[in-house]
Design a protein around this ligand. Sequence first.
Ligand SMILES: NC(=O)c1ccc[n+]([C@@H]2O[C@H](COP(=O)([O-])OP(=O)(O)OC[C@H]3O[C@@H](n4cnc5c(N)ncnc54)[C@H](OP(=O)(O)O)[C@@H]3O)[C@@H](O)[C@H]2O)c1
Length: 296
Amino acid sequence: MKNVLVTGATSGIGLELVKLLAEKKINILFFARNKKKSADLKLLLEKKYDIKVDYFLSDFSDLNSIKIAIQNFLKKNITIDCLVNNAGKVYFSYGKTKDNLERSFQINYLSHFYLAEKLIQEKVLLENSQVLNVSSVAHSPNSSINSLDNIKHKKLVGQINFEDINYEKEKLRGFTGLFYSRSKMSQIMWTYHRSKSLKSIKINSIHPGLLGSNVIFDNGLLGKILTPLFKLFFRSSKEGAKNIMFVIEKISQEKITGKYFDERVISQSHEFSYVTENQKKLFDISKKLLSEREID
Ligand SMILES: NC(=O)c1ccc[n+]([C@@H]2O[C@H](COP(=O)([O-])OP(=O)(O)OC[C@H]3O[C@@H](n4cnc5c(N)ncnc54)[C@H](OP(=O)(O)O)[C@@H]3O)[C@@H](O)[C@H]2O)c1
């Protein structure tokens, strides 16, 4: 492996992952929203590991900013061996992006769908390269993040509501894990669907483990109280990065595609993710949501 592109490399698992990649002398490209963090990270990696690093400023809650970042990326004529779709946050409350989409769906899933599909179309991903989607065990209706919703919103848990993608009809508001859970389910369903048509590029998804990071920080006071507790009681982000590194190396050596890894082991995702008709519906609606916004 020569070049790896990672999203969300400025914190938590992504930050630890780029350090592990850099230790192996792999050049790093990353998409990130924070200018200062990005510049500092580039400097640190280049100085400490003597590798090439380039970054592309982009906010995953703003499709146009991803579009511009991709254009800048394409101008450099770089090919990559691996794309790790890692950027993401947990939001327990309802929010919409400037693209008028429910924010978790867009940040964690749709923006990454767009990035990967565009790089595939532009032949940036080499033959035998891979896309790894950092999903979560939270995709499952049985996950503890859905405990309350299994009582309050039973019929929505685990579902992609194709007729009401923004929860306008359901008026899903208040504290819920459903936004995050749906975004992580979407990543897995797209992985399964896309693996059937991709011939020379492998695509898989992974739950990296339950880890102390900043993933729930952006939830007001609750996020600020829970984040240090998570960091105290859960394993470190580095352990998650090691799991991802293990899986990337395994996939680069073997013909593995269309799989879901629970940490280092190929596992079954929740049964809802295997419904092929819904996988296709999700793929089609994702394309439609982008084209309606003139994102191509
Ligand atoms: N931690 C866990 O237990 C766990 C478990 C399962 C799955 N995951 C998944 O692992 C991935 C990484 O999360 P983490 O735990 O490492 O959390 P984290 O420490 O909060 O890191 C998240 C990364 O995503 C970036 N990001 C978030 N929103 C963004 C946006 N709108 N535009 C651009 N970048 C954005 C962040 O950028 P900034 O640095 O600018 O904030 C940061 O680099 C996520 O997809 C998460 O769902 C985590």
